[in-house]
Design a protein around this ligand. Structure first.
Ligand code: FAD
Ligand code: SF4
Length: 462
């Protein structure tokens, strides 16, 4: 039978009922045949509109062209020219609002599944032979934070011949990729493999090193570092400031996900405590909320709610995560907002008092603002409440580095083109500058900053 090019090859997934009780990766990945069929849908447009939608500018039609030709390693080389972490991006990028949004095929049907193809290439290309750059600059550079921004900056600088040390506060590197995004969406072995490749390029990583505590940013200069890239993310949780948030059973999504993912609370051979409720209510509509809700389901909760104050259309989560959450039985309570957390005499959560909302005019973010509907108070019974309503940068670095200016959202101020900060020799990028954003934007910042650091160092040694 002839292949219908208007039909996108859909990603095979584990059965929704089975996966609700295990931590295996939900999306299984294309077979070689599916990848070839999907690649054949690409028109290899001369003006490459999809590339304009990719924050790191991957040459998409060229890598898809190599898949068509059966040259997976060639496709991988093209992707890796601009993206160090394709197995990760292929899994977690919000492609529907990036490259795929601009795909010509999407005008009259479904766009080419660029993200699924990127993942296929990353998973099937031969092991790269990463080696240290032969060119040595003799310059030492410190990177603070080992999330996607820090890792990308470090890898790019190492390739340019610099000696790079990454300082990471936690006992494991990867940032949100390891402590936030769950195993069933991004297996940790994949993150570890991509980090190992960076190490082969000569990047060294010092774990358990909280900069601002074990040493200050300015001390790095006296230790011989010529430049510093701050990539400390946005790990400080936000709460709603409503009554009852101090009750036993209220978590920030950050704490909940860190316990589950990094500290493996789901594995009985680890001693990490976590409260396992029969009913769990997650407040928020982004990827973090979806991840927390799906973790709660896998930990055994019978009923899990997503409570979101706007409608589903405004949800910032990746479309695939919303679909997967629904398939797994998560109940969406949209246009609903908590006003109070209810607790029993012993201080344990027993419910959330909520009001219904309607949408008004668009606010400065372009999204329609939620407005409370009068006399719509109601109660949702629950044992656990997880707040997933946003995060901001941790103030430790800025508080201990007075020359580093921050804006009113506590984000480090950095030049949009170069990522230079207000302190000489210090760059910053990723969530620490933008507030909570995306993996690929953090990577893009890391890469651009690395080239600017290289330029700055070569100008100074002339
Ligand atoms: P981070 O990944 O936060 O890394 C910062 C690192 O710096 C951390 O390892 C931290 O421990 C370390 N650090 C902090 N302070 C110090 C210090 N003082 N000294 C040393 N080290 C320090 N984005 C997507 O594109 N797709 C998704 O599907 C997606 N899902 C998400 C799910 C969750 C649960 C979360 C929380 C975020 C998600 N995001 C997603 C957002 C994305 O993960 C972030 O935008 C991205 O990780 C930011 O990268 P970063 O390198 O700036 O910071
Ligand atoms: Fe291929 Fe779509 Fe990009 Fe055109 S816009 S080159 S069809 S992926």
């Amino acid at each position: 039978m002839e292949h219908n090019v208007s039909e996108r090859q859909h990603m095979p997934t584990l059965d929704a009922m089975q996966r609700r009780s295990n931590w295996s990766e939900v999306a299984i990945g294309y077979t070689a045949e599916m990848a070839k069929l999907e690649a054949s849908r690409c028109l290899e447009c001369k003006n490459k509109p999809c590339v304009g939608g990719c924050p790191v500018g991957i040459d998409i039609p060229s890598f898809i062209g190599r898949i068509k030709a059966g040259d997976i390693d060639g496709a991988g080389e093209i992707i890796k020219e601009t993206n160090f972490l394709p197995a990760i991006c292929g899994r977690v990028c919000p492609q529907e609002v990036q490259c795929e949004q601009y795909c010509i095929r999407g005008i009259k049907g479904e766009p080419v599944a660029i993200g699924h193809l990127e993942r296929f290439v990353a998973d099937h290309m031969s092991e790269p032979v990463s080696t240290e750059s032969q060119k040595k600059s003799g310059k030492k550079i410190a990177v603070i934070g080992s999330g996607p921004a820090g890792l990308t900056c470090a890898g790019t600088l190492a390739k340019l011949g610099h000696e790079v040390t990454v300082f990471e506060a936690l006992h494991s590197s990867g940032g949100v990729l390891v402590y936030g995004i769950p195993e069933f969406r991004l297996p940790k072995a994949i993150v570890a493999k991509e980090i190992d490749e960076l190490k082969k390029l000569g990047v060294s990583i010092e774990l358990n090193s909280v900069i601002g505590r074990v040493k200050l940013v300015e001390e790095l200069f006296s230790e011989g570092y010529s430049a510093v890239f701050v990539a400390t993310g946005a790990g400080l949780p936000t709460f709603m400031n409503i009554d009852g948030e101090e009750a036993v059973g209220v978590y920030s999504a950050n704490e909940y996900l860190t316990r589950v993912n990094l500290m493996k609370a789901y594995d009985s051979s680890y001693a990490t405590p976590i409260i396992e409720g029969d009913t769990v209510a997650v407040v928020g509509g982004g990827n973090v909320a979806m991840d927390a809700a799906r973790c709660a389901k896998r930990l055994g909760a019978a009923t899990v709610y997503i409570i979101y104050r706007r409608s589903e259309e405004e949800m910032p989560a990746r479309l695939e995560e919303v679909i997967h959450a629904k398939e797994e039985g998560i109940i969406f309570k949209t246009l609903c907002n908590p006003t109070k957390i209810l607790q029993d005499d012993s201080g344990k959560v027993v419910g959330v008092e909520c009001v219904n909302m309607r949408l008004g005019e668009a606010d400065e973010s372009g999204r329609r603002s939620p407005i409370v509907i009068d006399a719509s108070e109601h109660q949702i019974d629950t044992d656990i409440v997880i707040m997933a309503i946003g995060t901001s940068p941790n103030p430790l670095i800025s508080a201990t580095t007075p020359e580093l200016q921050v804006n009113r959202r506590s984000c480090i101020i950095a030049d949009e083109e170069t990522f230079r900060t207000t302190m000489e020799g210090v760059w910053a990028g990723g969530d620490a500058v933008t507030g909570s954003a995306t993996v690929i934007l953090a990577m893009g910042a890391g890469r651009t900053a690395a080239y600017d650091i290289d330029k700055y160092l070569s100008e100074r040694s002339e």
